[in-house]
Design a protein around this ligand. Structure first.
Ligand SMILES: Cc1cc2nc3c(=O)[nH]c(=O)nc-3n(C[C@H](O)[C@H](O)[C@H](O)COP(=O)(O)OP(=O)(O)OC[C@H]3O[C@@H](n4cnc5c(N)ncnc54)[C@H](O)[C@@H]3O)c2cc1C
Length: 254
């Protein structure tokens, strides 16, 4: 569990940003991850009164406020109507409903965890993040940016007619994924995001006319995989071949 000297409920994003510039200040999301550590904070910055807990549909995108919970995206009818079941599928394995009622999109995407299910799916959907200081940044860039003291305000899921499938392999229900795969097709291209390699999710673009198995093989052969207690690099590469094929076929058959 973490400790903090001060606790501030921010009354504006500017105030939250200013407070966060001080060393050892920490932004609080749902605290699901923070409470697993022993961080000593100078100031804990609570964003819960800034109206960031809403999902709104715009003409061009869905906006997910940073304090939107994983459970909100799992059960949101508008997201389901537009993206199908891939959104719910990417979070339904995460711990349990009570946990998903607390864990936030802001904490999940800011964390850029290698094992992250939402990060993997959102990358394939072409998401963008809105940062208070840096503005709008493609998630594909944000995923490899170093941690700084900015604040994640919103995640945008563009409406590009995506058809996406999300699949993972887990050693047991609710465990972290051994490998996570999202395949997304738009009118322009098909991409695959592979996460939990165990490195952060990375994208591979399907070539024109490339057969499903050839695409799956190329993902497995070109991405890097590593070993940890959940699986070896070789096992992950093998899973990649299987899961990319499965996800790509799912969107072709749909
Ligand atoms: C036991 C356990 C199992 C899990 N299993 C999975 C899993 O299988 N798959 C999966 O994808 N995820 C998993 N997670 C991660 C979880 O889904 C969340 O991603 C995680 O808890 C972070 O979200 P949070 O709201 O709790 O963030 P917090 O713990 O509050 O914050 C996490 C980090 O993000 C920073 N932060 C939070 N919000 C912002 C913001 N708006 N701007 C800037 N920085 C911010 C915090 O300062 C902190 O550094 C698991 C977590 C736990 C504890």
């Amino acid at each position: 569990m973490f400790t903090t000297q001060n606790y501030v409920v921010a009354s504006s994003l500017d105030e939250a940003y200013e407070l966060n510039q001080k060393p050892k200040s920490t932004v609080l999301g749902g605290c699901g991850w923070l409470k697993m550590g022993r961080r000593m904070m100078s100031t804990a910055i609570d964003l819960s009164k800034l109206g960031l807990d809403q999902i709104t549909e715009q003409d061009e995108y869905f906006a997910l406020g940073a304090m939107v919970t994983l459970r909100q995206i799992e059960t949101h009818p508008g997201l389901a109507a537009y993206f199908g079941d891939c959104i719910a599928e990417c979070v339904r394995h995460i711990v349990g409903v009570q946990f998903r009622n607390c864990a936030t999109i802001g904490g999940s995407i800011w964390g850029r965890f290698g094992f992250s299910d939402p990060l993997t799916l959102f990358l394939s959907l072409g998401a963008e993040v809105v940062l208070h200081k840096a503005g709008v940044v493609a998630l594909a860039d944000f995923v490899n940016m170093p941690y700084d003291r900015d604040i994640l305000v919103e995640v945008r899921l563009p409406k590009r007619g995506q058809k996406a499938a999300y699949v993972t392999h887990r050693a047991s229900a609710t465990d972290f994924p051994v490998l996570a795969v999202a395949v997304c097709r738009t009118a322009d291209q098909t991409v695959c995001a592979v996460g939990a390699r165990p490195q952060r999710a990375a994208l591979v673009v399907r070539e024109d006319g490339e057969a499903v198995q050839a695409f799956a093989d190329r993902c497995a052969d070109t991405l890097t995989f590593s070993s940890n207690l959940r699986g070896s690099a070789e096992y992950r590469a093998h899973l990649c071949r299987v899961l990319v094929r499965r996800a790509a076929l799912a969107i072709e058959e749909d």
